[in-house]
Design a protein around this ligand. Structure first.
Ligand SMILES: Cc1cc2nc3c(=O)[nH]c(=O)nc-3n(C[C@H](O)[C@H](O)[C@H](O)COP(=O)(O)OP(=O)(O)OC[C@H]3O[C@@H](n4cnc5c(N)ncnc54)[C@H](O)[C@@H]3O)c2cc1C
Length: 474
């Protein structure tokens, strides 16, 4: 090694987790380095949350043409897609978000090292011709898309979200393989933009839903824009000019694939075997999810790299936890937030708090509402959706929810906040609900579940004043 450097903390990976970590570390010490291999700008801004949401917004705006004529807005049949411009627009907003990230990195100066890091020992890293000796190390190396090696298809016909937004054009037909959050979001958006999309998954569940009623409902909605073939493993073959995708007894011919089979922690080339700990089948060492400490070493693992909660706000939380703990005498344990997973389909999907699968053998009451005839949904011409609430039957406390609802992102936040505050369904029913809003659907579901819990209250949702009966009626 040509140079050696001693620091208090070394952070590997300049994604959301790594940048959150360094902001905590710098409150205590400037003897820190942030090492990043590969492109800068974070997965979220470069190839993840942000470009995907831009594409979804374009698809949603274009799809809206189907209701314009009935609203008296004429001429929508002339609207069409210019793929080159759509993708340029996605990249232009993507670049805007990436610039924001790069700005926060610029002031790191020589605390930033471009290069891949490799563990020699638990406190020694090699990178870019330098040896770094650190009192503490944070692993925040993110994740990468999974692409099966057995698929017989030329590499340029297999897209992932790492390459999708870089395309200049898209072909007329594509298979989306894997119908988790990313597959559902991208499959529906591309189909709404006019591509012939076919969705495949070996599981019958879509977008992480576990409630059979919400899952069945959402599958039906998705199938209005593109066919789904699920429940069996997928085989892919190169047929010359085209690819065949085979699932159970169905074969579909497509120009390209978008694989969205989940993401794997990016730890294979990190030298984690030199930590002296057993590694699991994903190559991950044991760690404490409340402190993020790896074994009993002065090493922490945060964000997608640990594979536990691969969504942005959790990744940022983990970066802060790891950064904070890396400059303490002893690691502290942190309480995590209520689960909040949102999928930006239409209607929007969410799993909040405990899922149906986690609660199905427990004593819970289920409240349901559907949005086909709901006032606000009707006005917005977004007449589809179902919300299922799970409440503890004994305590009436809200435990979780699964939903596919118009503007579901907002309902999901209200529900997550209520669950984290341990509110009962009766306390939630005391809250104001404006009219006409989507949240009135939530009130219907709360009323439904309130009728099923053990504690029963009078028909009045308003709380009585502490003074009780007052005044005199003569
Ligand atoms: C298409 C898509 C859509 C998404 N949409 C959403 C959404 O809507 N909402 C949401 O909450 N989440 C979403 N996510 C998830 C979210 O983007 C991730 O959870 C988050 O970006 C992960 O951040 P991170 O810091 O863990 O990893 P990253 O941002 O990936 O950072 C890791 C960094 O480490 C570097 N690195 C790797 N190995 C090494 C090494 N050996 N040495 C040095 N550097 C290394 C990498 O190059 C990378 O720069 C989406 C993800 C995708 C792919």
């Amino acid at each position: 090694m040509s140079t050696e450097r001693n620091v208090d903390v070394a952070i590997i990976g300049a994604g959301t987790a790594g940048l959150s970590a360094i902001s905590e570390v710098r409150k205590v010490t400037e003897h820190v380095v942030l090492i990043n291999g590969g492109p800068t700008g974070t997965t979220c801004a470069r190839v993840g949350c942000m470009p995907s949401k831009v594409l979804i917004q374009v698809a949603s705006d274009f799809y809206r043409r189907h209701v314009l004529t009935s609203e008296g807005i004429l001429g929508s049949e002339g609207l069409h897609i210019d793929w080159t411009k759509v993708l340029a627009h996605v990249r232009s907003l993507r670049d805007h978000f990436v610039r924001g990230v790069l700005k926060t990195m610029e002031e790191l100066g020589d605390r930033y090292i471009q290069g891949y890091a490799y563990f020699r020992e638990p406190t020694v890293l090699d990178t870019d011709g330098q040896r770094i000796r650190a009192k503490r190390i944070i692993i925040a190396t993110g994740s990468s898309p999974t692409v099966p090696q057995t698929w017989q298809a030329p590499a340029d016909r297999i897209l992932t979200t790492d390459t999708l937004f870089e395309q200049e054009h898209l072909p007329s037909s594509m298979a989306v393989i894997g119908l988790g959050a990313i597959g559902v979001e991208m499959g529906q958006a591309l189909a709404r933009l006019g591509l012939h999309i076919t969705g495949f998954d070996q599981s019958d569940r879509v977008a992480g839903l576990t409630d059979p009623q919400v899952n069945g409902y959402m599958r039906t909605v998705l199938e209005r824009t593109f066919p789904l073939y699920t429940g069996a493993a997928v085989e892919v073959r190169d047929e010359g000019e085209i690819l065949s995708v085979h699932c159970d007894k169905k074969t579909v011919y497509v120009d390209k694939l978008l694989t969205s089979l989940g993401r794997r922690p990016q730890v294979a080339q990190l030298g984690l075997e030199n930590l002296g700990l057993p590694l699991d089948e994903r190559g991950l060492p044991p760690y404490d999810p409340t402190t993020l400490q790896v074994g009993h070493l002065p090493v922490f693992i945060a964000g997608d790299a640990n594979g536990d909660r691969p969504i942005l706000h959790e990744t940022a939380d983990e970066g802060h936890i790891a950064g904070f703990n890396s400059v303490q005498e002893q690691p502290h344990c942190f309480q995590r937030r209520t689960r909040l997973n949102i999928v930006f389909s239409e209607p929007q999907i969410a799993v909040v708090g405990n899922s149906f699968a986690e609660l199905q053998h427990q004593d819970v009451a289920i409240g349901t509402v559907r949005f086909e005839t709901q006032g606000r949904a009707t006005i917005m011409a977004e007449r589809s959706g179902i919300l299922r609430l799970y409440s503890d039957t004994q305590t009436s406390q809200l435990r979780g929810a699964e939903l596919a609802a118009p503007r579901g992102e907002h309902l999901a936040h209200l529900l997550a906040w209520a669950i984290q505050q341990r509110l009962t369904v009766f306390e939630m029913l005391q809250m104001p609900f404006y009219h006409p809003v989507i949240e009135e659907g939530l009130r219907t579901a709360l009323r439904d579940v309130a009728r099923q819990v053990h504690e029963q209250r009078s028909g009045f949702e308003l709380a009585l004043c502490d003074s009780g009966a007052v005044g005199n009626m003569g």
